[in-house]
Design a protein around this ligand. Structure first.
Ligand code: C2E
Ligand code: MG
Ligand code: MG
Length: 531
């Protein structure tokens, strides 16, 4: 249609080509062609150029279509699968659970449907215990590798009527169908827990990787928590039980019970309250004297945090520190304790210059590994001007095992500032001797369960003796915790333990009361008082 008319204007041949009907291109765009040329060759050239452009356009459209098809397939995949592990994702798992629930309902509603009880199912929430520490210490690549390896290990262990899914960063879900008994549901969880407790070797490092498992049962009216009928309900229940397993120290299985839901809600309130507590000035530090066992003179204090909760009164640290660690509030709480202890030490060093006082501050693993931790310490050293040697930090064994390399680096950095390091609660954790000599530890604190626990008998004293000998061998000092009786004191003195703390000398006390100790640092002058 291009050249169905020609015109002469000003005596010159002018070609015009147009289309009356707008043309529709392949990509659906409307296009009206109007070409003007001086002569037929110009017009021809225009046509050829147009043709070429069209071919080019077609090719590009084809390419784009191909890309769209691929992207669509990828999106469809991503909607139901996890790209890192190739496992089903949360949506698939929940959809599957919906089917199972529908089937169970059909059993219940149809009176003559075989007459039997509906088959039971269990939903498991499985979380890697030390995942964040692995990410912090070994990096994201190793963390991804850990997830892939865990997924594979779990996948290889499960049966045909079980669906494994990835639910989150270090979290998996499992749906097991057609279970005969609740015991069977628990056995599956125990098997998986056991399976995961063997460490992985990733990038040449041994990564210990226990899991916390929570499970909720359903499909059978006797098993399902009352009122639970949507897939989400079961997943939330399994998550709640898993969180509890984690709070109890990890590497364990917890079966959901309805009252746990209330506990989870309470914990959320606690978390929210804790975030406000620092700003609302509700935290206090109490100080427990540490004495030299040789002559019972004061050598320093341990700072122990307490929370004056607006509704619940004074809370001891074990009622909120685990929640603080879980929720990340530990960074704010820990920084506050460190600053408070720093200010207190500054005041004591000014008011009681004749006493070489020191304060030990407990530092949780999360806090120690956080990138900003050293800055916090430097700030406090700069602001308070305390002698760095008089600040001691107490860390627990568990952090060493999970992230030994990064911890070693952190401890070296702290040592370089003159800060002393104590290993807290020694003997209660993994007690791997292999790391002890590699780390710049100054003091080993013998856990109070060895000194005054129900287990403290003849053979435990042998352990204490061995620990003290080991510490001395490695040029470290020992401090015994929880000394309550003269007998325990005498025993520890005989074994050559350098320091001690416990109710025998004093409970943790407010700062003003602790000043009595600084005025006359012989423990004999003080009647044990405190909390
Ligand atoms: P820990 O560091 O091992 O502190 C010693 C605990 O033993 C303290 O409990 C102390 O009150 C208690 N204790 C001391 N002497 C005796 C005794 O003779 N008999 C008995 N039965 N107990 C004694 P507390 O204050 O409840 O602290 C518990 C744990 O909470 C601490 O154990 C520590 O791990 C943690 N914690 C305390 N403050 C902080 C903090 O600021 N940050 C962090 N991350 N953890 C903290
Ligand atoms: Mg401590
Ligand atoms: Mg301790």
């Amino acid at each position: 249609h291009y050249e169905n008319e020609n015109l002469r204007r000003n005596g010159e041949r002018v070609w015009i080509a147009w289309t009356n009907q707008p043309q529709r291109d392949r990509d659906g765009q409307m296009r009206e062609l109007l070409c003007v040329g001086r002569d037929i060759t110009a017009l021809h050239r225009t046509r050829v150029a147009l043709q070429r452009a069209n071919q080019d356009l077609e090719r590009r459209v084809a390419e784009r279509t191909q890309l769209l098809v691929q992207a669509n397939a990828r999106l469809e995949y991503l909607a139901f699968y996890d790209p890192l592990t190739g496992l089903s994702n949360r949506i698939s798992l929940l959809a599957h659970l919906q089917l199972v629930l529908d089937t169970a309902r059909c059993y219940q509603n149809t009176a003559n449907c075989n007459g039997g009880a509906p088959p039971a199912f269990a939903l498991y929430s499985i979380r890697l215990d030390g995942f964040n520490k692995v990410k912090y210490s070994l990096g994201h690549d190793v963390a991804d590798e850990l997830i892939r390896a865990s997924a594979q290990r779990l996948q290889e262990a499960i049966g045909p009527k079980q669906l494994l899914a990835r639910l989150g960063t270090g979290a998996f879900g499992l749906l097991a169908e057609e279970l005969e008994t609740p015991t069977q549901a628990c056995q599956i969880a125990e098997t998986l827990r056991e399976l995961m407790s063997t460490s992985f070797e990733l990038n040449g490092s041994h990564v210990s990787n226990t899991v916390s498992i929570g499970l909720a049962m359903g499909g059978n009216p006797q098993l399902a928590p009352p009122g639970y009928d949507r897939p989400d309900d079961f997943l939330r229940a399994a998550d709640t039980a898993m969180t509890l397993a984690k709070h109890r120290g990890g590497d364990r299985v917890v079966v959901f019970e309805p009252q746990m839901h209330q506990q989870a809600v309470d914990r959320l309130h606690l978390e929210a309250g804790l975030r406000r507590a620092v700003d609302a000035d509700e935290l206090r530090v109490h100080y427990q004297p540490i004495v030299s066992l040789a002559d019972s003179t004061l050598v320093g204090f341990e700072a122990l945090v307490r929370w004056q909760h607006p509704q619940r009164g004074w809370l001891p640290p074990n009622q909120f520190i685990p929640t603080a660690e879980e929720s990340g509030a530990i960074h704010a709480v820990g920084a506050w304790v460190l600053a408070a202890a720093g200010r207190q030490l500054q005041r004591w060093q000014q008011c009681f210059p004749q006493i070489q006082s020191s304060i030990s501050v407990n530092v949780s693993g999360m806090q120690l590994l956080a990138p900003q931790f050293l800055d916090r310490v430097d700030e406090i050293l700069a602001q308070t001007n305390i002698l760095p040697g008089s600040l001691k930090l107490e860390i627990t064994e568990s952090v060493l095992v999970d992230a030994a390399d990064l911890v070693a680096q952190r401890l070296q950095q702290l040592k370089a500032r003159g800060i002393q390091i104590a290993l807290d609660d020694f003997g209660t954790g993994y007690s791997s001797l292999s790391y002890l000599h590699r780390l710049p530890i100054d003091i080993i604190k013998i856990d109070r369960s060895f000194v005054n626990g129900t287990a403290a008998n003849g053979s435990t004293w042998k352990l204490v003796e061995t620990t003290i000998a080991l510490a001395h061998h490695l040029d470290m000092q020992t401090i015994a915790e929880g000394i309550e009786t003269p007998h325990q004191l005498a025993k520890l003195q005989a074994l050559g333990c350098e320091g001690g703390q416990g109710y025998f000398f004093s409970k943790p006390i407010p700062a003003e009361e602790a000043e009595n100790w600084l005025r006359s640092p012989l423990s004999g002058y003080h009647t044990p008082s405190g909390e």
